[in-house]
Structure formats: C-alpha cells, structure tokens
Design a protein around this ligand. Structure first.
Ligand code: SMO
Length: 727
C-alpha cells in the first residue's frame, strides 16, 4: 500500500514480475510473487508511525506498577508544568465512556469490564492509569514520569469493575456408561504456556482531527477497521459518520490487533477533546505488558477405547485464562477449544466443558490458532496414549478412527458441521512422503544405542470462519478492474491473492487488477482479517461481485461506462482445513536440550490460490507453534509482576531454531464456498505443537514419563527424565 502526501491510499498495483506477458493464463494456483513486497522491502511501505499528521500530540501512558490496589491519588501537575505538554487525563475524565462489546459465542455471565483509564482501582500491572499529551514522543514519555500516582495496598485482588465468567458445554450420549464398559480409558493433561503474539510492528494509532467537520480519520494498525469504527462510535458516543478508520500497512497482528484497546480508545477520545491530531505507537515493552496474550489453557481429557483401538467416548475440561478486561474475541479460545473436539475422529459420545475467568493480568484473547491448538493438542495426546494402551502404532490407531470420506458433510458430537475431507488419504500421504515405517525403525535402532529419540504425529482440523464478507468490483471500459474488499490484511498477501481470484473470474491479466482494503471510506463494510477466513469467505465475496459484474455486462451494460457491483457473501457453512504433521525429535541426555531433527507437514486447504503464500503461512505458523511447544512463556511471579517484560526474557524462536521442514498437500475442495477454499492461516500453529509434544512424549515414554508441560525447555525435559529415572 502506498499513501500519497494528502493521505489517500493508492490502491496496490502489481510489481513488474507478477504479470505473465501472455495475459490470460490462469492465475489461481500460480505462485505469484507478492505485489505488496516491492514497496515494503524498499522502504516505501506506510505503517501507522509513517502516516503524515498535522502537528500531532504524542500520547504516553502512566501505567500501574501493581497488580491490584486502590488509586489514592493521581496528580498530573508536574507533567503539565513542562514546556510542550498540552494535556493530561486520568480515569475521572473518561469513566463515562461506554464499554467494548464482546463477541458472545459462549455464555458470558457477570459484568464485563472495559476501563479506558483505571478509575478507583487498578487491576493489572501495566494497566493505563493516566495519559499525557505532548509535542514529541520523548517529551510525552518524560512527562509521564512526572505524574504522581499513589496506589494503596489491595485488600483483595479484583478485576476492573467486573466479574465476567465464560463457559461452554458440549454433550452428546452417555460418557460415563461408555467409560465403564471400555477396554481402556486413557487420560492426559495438557498445559499451554501463556503466549505474547509479538508482531514485528507493535500496536499504533494516528488520529487526524478535522476541525471543519468535527470528524476524525483514524489510521490504525488493526485487523478489523469496520468493527473498530462501530465500537469507537458506541464507546465514545460519536456518530459513525464522524469517524473513519483506515488500516495502512499492518506489520503482523496474529489476533493481537483484532480488538480495540483502552489506549487506542483514549487516543481517539483525546483527538476530539483537544481538537488536535494524536499519535501513539506502543513500545515492545508496552505490548508485552498490556497487549492481549494468548493460550495459557490447561486441559484435561479422558478417552475410552475398545479392544480394537476404536474410540468410544471423550470427556474433557478446559480452563482458559482471561485478563482484567475482555477483548472483543475473548470468548473465542474457550469456544474453539471445546467445539473442535473430538477433532477429525469418529466419536459420538462426548462431554466437554470449557470455562474462563478474569484475573489480575494483561488481557487474554485470540492468538493465531485461538482455541484450535488447545483442542487438537488434547485430542492428539489422548490418541497417542490410546495407542500406547492398546499396543497399536500411533499411525494405525489414527487410521482406524479418522472420519471416512463418505461421512461428509459430518455433524460432530459437539454440533459443528465438517464440510469435506479425505483424512485417511492425507495421513497416508504423510506416511509415504516422510517414510514413516523407516523412521520408526530408525528410532528403534537409535534407542537400542542409548539415544533418547521420539517420533510424533499430530492430526488437526481447522475451522475457517462463519458469517459473511463483502467486496465491490468495478470494471472500467479500458479493461482495468478496481477491487475494494471489506476484509483487510495484516501483511499476509491478501492483495496478491485477491487479484489472482478477480483476474481469473473476469478473464483479465493480473496487472489490470488493483486491490484496496482496510478502509471504512473506500471499502464496503466487512468483518476483517481473522480466523483464516479471508480466502474462503472474503474470496467468496469477490467471486460473487465479479459474477454480478459479468451478468451486468451480459445484459448489455457498460460499453463506455464503468460497471460496478457490490456483494455481501454469506458462507454456506464453515470450511474446515486439516492436516497431519510429523516431527522427529531427540533429547540430549546430559542437558535435556531438544532438537527437532526433521518435520513434515501435509495440509489440505481445498483449492490453493497461491502456493507460495500458502507455504509462507505454513512455515510461519510452524515457527510460532514451535515457539509455543519449546520456548515461549509469559511469566507472572507470585506478586503479579510480569517477569517476561522484554524480548531478552521472552523467548521468541529465531530462524536458527527452525528445523528442515518438508511440506506436502492434498486437495479436497470445500463444497461450502464458490472457490472451494479453506483457510491455512493457523495450520502450523495447530499441527506443530501437537506433533512436537507427541514426539517428546514418545522419546520419554521408555523412561516412564507421562506428564509434560509446554514449553518443553531443556530444563523441563532434563527434570522429567531424571525424576523418572529416580523413580
Ligand atoms: S487468532 Mo486470528 O487473528 O482469528
């Protein structure tokens, strides 16, 4: 995306090498290079921090150093006396504002808090208590240090004026009877570390205030521009017509930029209050402290199995953390963690509960995967325990229990409908490509030599979103098409993939298609870049709009005038991607250090629009899944202080941590959308931790280790090995 000096977004045009000279070659399925990248890699991208503003005030926040306590006083006089400081705000100034709405995919009981600035008491370390507005960012930060906040000791910890609880229950059949008569009942517990999404670009917002119209343009690093406008309007009590939201280039989001934050609401409020432009760009530390975290769930499960290794019944309890307020998608992880069970297996009898409760910490919300890894890791651990109990090979027990291709569309015991799948064929593809039997033999030989080595499988299913998206397509008489998509991009190549879809549908060369998105001014209302929905649902909207344009042309319109159509596409049902991952992992007996020697991913995402983008999604997702499995962990100490407040303490994976990764695919289109597409945005974060966890469990099973908590650090693995040896 390029932004000219007047602040207009110039629609993304293709880079020189993407267009085939011949013009009409099919674009869907081609590994077209991202048209976004020329600008981004040559310094011509435009992120929120780059958006030109008119003498903006820079916002800095005073944050709570305590996880709980009464606010006794908050004095901004010291800050206000500094030259260049234009203003100060504390909780009193914004306590009248409205609250963020939370997507009610599960029952949410109690009061849902949304403190724009803490009022009365604080509820987490890092919670914004006051804000200062100054002529430069450095000055604002210095002035924030001059604000005197006095916080008394907490009698008891409580969240920000709310007591919200989230719960879900999925039940079918009689689990206890099935358990009582089963040949085997296996159980397991899975602990997911709490994770910090950590996109390269931190949160940021730039607000342009127009005094003539009493309105703002909010340049915002977000996955959901339209929802942000609606929520800002509601929370601030200002009509939507006076608020435009535009996402310029977004440097990664991973779910962390799906919800409005108190800091961002404050910046828009301040633009109206001071009638000035405002900018806030979070530091890395501010993001670790106060942006939403993900995962952190503990789940327990029991699986009943008959003498032939067939699954009979599943019971599971999943406990998810919440922070001191709820982001808009706070209920999604406990929802997905429950409803995705029992995964891709034929199993009719289940009793699954999930719940989530507030705590005195940073907010917890969606993070790439958002409940999917939680469901699939629990199921895959249980499947491996069932294999051990029955003496079947982990590959064979999966073959016996995966849904057969004739069962689709399949309504699961949790009540969701799986669209299509050839699960067994995909598993066989993985086994053949990776040479599974040979790997098993090699593992046995190495064990005989005293090595600690294991092979792990992880089969996953991935829901790709419900509901609708929108698009407008305009075909000009000179053969150029302009596309305005309701969804947006978080840097994942939407503009390229969308151009491929439209070029094919309209029969145009790729370079004739310009794509814009992420703007409430230029684009129809949409949902956003979430839940791996952009291709399956957003693509459906593009196809529908293109077909309407073609129908108008056929009806004789548009010889010398542009022909335009705007479509809202509602998906016929959720598309479910799926895959199987294999990991070969060894553990150093002296240090406990794990090494992933080899990993192989086979995913089925239906119709592939751009294989290069898909591979990027799988590799990036695998890296983040590896981070969860082996190294990342947000830690609060017993006093509620964040211990992992910088990237020196919070271990993100680096390029050198990535193993050799083989990537294969099968293609089973979804019958529920016109492209036959399924999502792949979260595949790697779901498959990788399940396979890594199973590989480590397999490696340590000969030593009697049954309980491993992620992240599987060298220290934890060494401890597990040695305490088992002692026993
Ligand atoms: S975790 Mo995603 O951005 O729905």
């Amino acid at each position: 995306m390029t932004i000219d000096i007047a602040g207009h977004v110039v629609a993304s045009l293709p880079s020189a090498d993407e267009a085939p000279a011949s013009g009409r070659e099919a674009q869907i399925g081609r590994a077209v290079r991202r048209r976004e990248d020329d600008a981004l890699v040559t310094g011509r991208g435009c992120y929120v921090a780059d958006v030109p503003l008119d003498k903006p005030l820079h916002v800095a926040f005073v944050r709570s150093p305590m996880p709980a306590g009464e606010i006794l006083s908050c004095d901004g006089e010291g800050a206000l006396q500094m030259t260049g400081v234009a203003g100060f705000a504390c909780g009193e100034d914004v306590r009248h504002l409205g609250r963020l709405s939370v997507n009610p995919v599960l029952t949410i009981e109690g009061e849902v808090p949304f403190p724009v600035l803490a009022y009365g008491h604080v509820a987490a370390v890092g919670q914004p208590v006051a804000a200062v507005f100054a002529e430069s960012r450095a000055l604002a930060q210095d002035a924030a240090d001059m604000v005197a906040v006095d916080i008394g000791d907490a009698q008891e910890r409580r969240a920000s004026g709310g007591d919200a609880r989230i719960s879900g229950h999925w039940r079918q059949g009689d689990v206890e009877t099935a358990m009582a008569s089963a040949a085997h009942v296996v159980e397991t517990r899975v602990e997911h570390p709490r994770l910090a999404p950590s996109p390269l670009e931190p949160r940021g917002i730039a607000v342009a205030f127009d005094a003539a119209t009493e309105s703002v343009i909010v340049w915002y690093s977000t996955q959901t521009p339209h929802r942000a406008r609606r929520e800002l309007s509601r929370i601030l009590g200002i009509e939507e017509a006076r608020i435009a939201v535009r996402a310029p280039d977004v440097g990664g989001a991973f779910g962390m930029k799906a919800s409005l934050y108190p800091e961002e609401v404050l910046c828009v409020w301040a633009a109206f209050r001071f009638r000035r432009d405002m900018r806030w760009i979070a530091s890395r530390s501010e993001d670790l402290l106060s942006a939403s975290h993900g995962r952190g769930a503990t789940s327990r499960g029991r699986l009943a199995v008959d003498g032939k290794g067939r699954f009979l019944a599943l019971s599971a309890e999943i406990e998810c953390p919440l922070g001191h307020w709820l982001p808009s998608s706070a209920a999604i992880p406990p929802w997905n963690a429950g409803r995705i069970l029992p995964g891709g297996y034929a199993l009719d009898v289940i009793d699954v509960r999930s719940r989530a409760q507030l705590s005195n910490s940073a907010p917890v919300g969606i993070y790439r995967g958002a409940g999917r890894p939680e469901a699939n890791c629990l199921m895959e651990r249980l499947v491996d325990e069932a294999a051990a109990a029955t003496g079947l090979d982990p590959l064979e027990i999966r073959r016996r229990n995966l849904l057969s291709p004739e069962s689709f569309p399949h309504r699961t015991a949790s009540g969701v409908t799986l669209d299509s799948g050839r699960y067994g064929a995909l598993l066989d593809t993985l086994a053949a490509e990776a040479g599974y039997a040979g790997l098993r033999e090699a593992v046995a030989e190495r064990r005989a030599q005293g090595e600690i080595v294991g092979l792990g499988l992880g089969f996953y299913i991935e829901p790709c979103g419900t509901g609708w998206e929108s698009a407008r397509v305009t075909l000009h008489p000179d053969g150029r098409a302009e596309v305005a998509a309701g969804g947006s991009s978080q840097g994942h190549g939407r503009e390229t993939a969308f151009a491929q879809i439209v070029a094919d549908r309209l029969g145009l060369p790729l370079e004739r298609v310009a794509v814009r998105h992420g703007s409430t001014q230029d684009c129809p209302t949409g949902i956003g870049a979430l839940a791996s929905r952009s291709t399956a649902i957003g693509g459906g909207a593009l196809v529908t709009a293109c077909d309407e344009v073609l129908a108008k042309l056929e009806a004789g319109e548009g010889a010398d005038a542009p022909v335009s159509a705007e479509a809202v596409y509602e998906t016929g049902g959720e598309a479910w991607g799926y895959g199987a991952y294999l990991v070969l992992l060894s553990i150093d007996p002296d240090t406990g250090a794990p090494t992933i020697e080899y990993a192989h991913c086979v995913d089925d995402i239906g119709t592939v629009i751009n294989p290069m983008l898909v591979e990027g999604q799988i590799r990036g997702g695998f890296a983040q899944g590896l981070g969860e499995a082996l190294m990342e962990r947000v830690v609060y100490d017993g006093d509620g202080q964040l211990v992992t407040g910088s990237l020196m303490d919070y271990a993100l994976p680096r390029a050198s941590d990535m193993p050799a990764l083989a990537i294969g695919k099968t293609v089973t289109p979804s019958p529920f959308n016109p492209l036959g597409a399924k999502g792949v945005g979260e595949a790697g974060t779901i498959g990788a931790p399940a396979a890594i966890l199973n590989a480590a469990s397999d490696a340590l099973r000969p030593f009697g280790v049954t309980d491993l908590a992620m992240p599987l650090t060298a220290e934890r693995l060494w401890e597990a090995l040695h305490s088992a040896r002692k026993r």
